[in-house]
Write a protein that binds this ligand. Structure first.
Ligand code: PRP
Ligand code: URA
Length: 210
């Protein structure tokens, strides 16, 4: 395993990922699971957020305590499927800024095509967690990271649910500075660049489009 790839093997996460993979899981359950897993992962992905010391008064004494420092974070889902991970993260980090990047994989070339981008104005001052449930060939994640870097962002993490070895290689080669956090590392891609065993098409299962 590469140094900057982290697979979350927590039992709660693994259990929920197994439910997610099941073809009998309904759209409603699928949405809930994606959100819940994102929330559980967010806890660990934000472990190194900068803190500052502040003095407050409790009802009985003054106390020097730690709080999150400065402009910390933005999350950027890759549309569409990354949207499913936003609510879970916002629940844990209510003030987080949210940008959006629209990419889809061309069904023939499987190359990413950009169709939308809206980011917070001060994005370059923030750490960015890029969200997408699936890391398959890595084309979409790598293109999105390149795009964020062009906007001046220096500190980027990529958080996904299921990663294929091919996608991990692509992102770690193109962007060795970017840490990858995933809930499961799967076996391989099939001839259509779908992850095996994976969970199928994440966007379609989230939004019930197929
Ligand atoms: C899926 C997924 C990723 C991409 C991963 O999106 O959500 O963005 O494929 O594949 P890659 O690693 O080979 O680039 P898709 O293109 O199906 O679009 P959607 O989210 O709108 O369904
Ligand atoms: N995109 C998906 O939604 N699923 C895959 O397995 C690969 C790419």
């Amino acid at each position: 395993m590469q140094d900057n790839v982290f697979v979350f093997d927590h039992p709660l996460i693994q259990h929920k990922v197994s439910l997610l993979r099941d073809e009998n899981t309904s759209t409603k359950e699928f949405r809930e699971l994606v959100s819940e897993i994102a929330m559980l992962m967010a806890y660990e992905v934000t472990r190194d957020l900068p803190m500052k010391e502040v003095t407050i008064k409790t009802p009985v004494a003054e106390a020097n305590v730690k709080m999150l420092a400065g402009k910390q974070l933005a999350i950027v889902p890759i549309l569409r499927a990354g949207l499913g991970m936003v609510d879970g993260m916002v629940e844990l980090i209510p003030n987080v800024r949210v940008g959006h990047i629209g990419l889809y994989r061309d069904p023939v070339t499987v190359e990413p095509v950009e169709y939308y981008c809206k980011l917070p104005e001060d994005i370059a001052e923030r750490e960015v967690i890029l969200l997408d449930p699936m890391l398959a060939t890595g084309g979409s994640a790598s293109a999105a990271i390149t795009f964020l870097k062009k906007r001046g962002i220096k500190n980027i993490k990529f958080m996904c649910l299921i990663a294929a070895p091919e996608g991990i290689s692509r992102v770690t080669t193109d962007h060795p500075d970017v840490k990858i956090f995933c809930a499961a590392k799967d076996e391989k891609l099939n001839d259509h660049s779908y992850i095996i065993p994976g969970l199928g098409d994440a966007g379609d299962r989230l939004f019930g489009t197929n």
